[in-house]
Design a protein around this ligand. Structure first.
Ligand code: UDP
Length: 241
């Protein structure tokens, strides 16, 4: 199948290096300590953060750092008839672990010993790239909760179809069976904290695809900074500062 037309356009009209439209909103779950909605095109996720709070299971308490827990799930209505199991399956368990490890790389856990931080991410609408969207939503929710972080971790994926590197694959492109590389970066520290790939790719092409995904992560980071700045301005305005 042709995923990039001779004119260089993808099935949804994007250019190969074009990301889907992103949109974020802070404070979507009022009972949580921090929360956010993050959308990448038709992929829409919500993240809610609770903590730092007392460790529920005392045997997991650590005297020198906070315990980070993460739960990824997909809403029953998120994928139409394609969804297999909303949570508790191997894919959800793996993505929960990946998101937890990625967020652990930026949370200053040593500042909150003997406490626990819970990150819940739920996919409301899935159209490819849900793990990236969840990481971006979690970053915003953690910031909203005031959790100290050394950087704002952001994520984006890129693939390779019809001999062309493509940024931010949607579901149709993702299910074409080509490689899908998900990258997470710490933009200020200029470090890669997540790299996942779901099929084989020659090393020189991997570099191109990874570079493209990294550019996507940087664009997300710029947007997230804008949203956080805007949110802080609004908070100051409401407090009359
Ligand atoms: N998907 C689905 N049902 C499932 C799992 C995945 O419809 O049970 C779709 C969904 O759109 C998802 C895409 O397949 O975004 C790609 O899933 P993958 O496991 O590659 O993770 P993602 O790209 O979402 O991080």
């Amino acid at each position: 199948m042709e995923y990039v037309s001779p004119e260089g356009l993808r099935l949804d009209g994007r250019r190969p290096m074009e990301m889907r439209q992103i949109r974020a909103e802070i404070g979507a779950v009022s009972r949580a300590d921090g929360s956010a909605i993050f959308e990448m095109g038709n992929t829409k996720v919500v993240a809610a953060v609770y903590g730092p709070r007392e460790v529920q299971n005392r045997s997991q308490q650590m005297s020198d750092q906070a315990l980070i827990r993460c739960e990824y799930s997909m809403a029953n209505f998120s994928t139409g008839d394609r969804k297999r199991k909303p949570k508790g399956d191997r894919r959800s368990t793996e993505i929960s672990m990946v998101i937890r490890q990625t967020m652990e790389a930026c949370i200053m856990t040593h500042l909150m010993p003997r406490s626990q931080i819970d990150i819940y991410v739920q996919v409301l609408q899935a159209d490819g790239g849900t793990r990236s969207a969840c990481i971006n939503a979690a970053t915003l929710a953690l910031s909203d909760a005031g959790i100290p972080m050394c950087d704002l971790v952001t994520s984006c994926s890129a693939g390779y179809l019809n001999s062309t590197p493509l940024l931010d694959l949607n579901y149709v492109e993702d299910s074409a069976g080509g490689p899908d590389v998900t990258v997470g970066i710490l933009p200020k520290l200029n470090k890669v904290t997540l790299l996942q790939m779901d099929s084989k790719l020659p090393i020189d092409i991997l570099e191109n695809v990874m570079q493209l995904a990294t550019e996507g992560c940087k664009a997300v980071a710029n947007y997230i900074r804008e949203i956080l700045l805007e949110n802080t301005k609004q908070l100051e305005y409401r407090r009359g500062v």
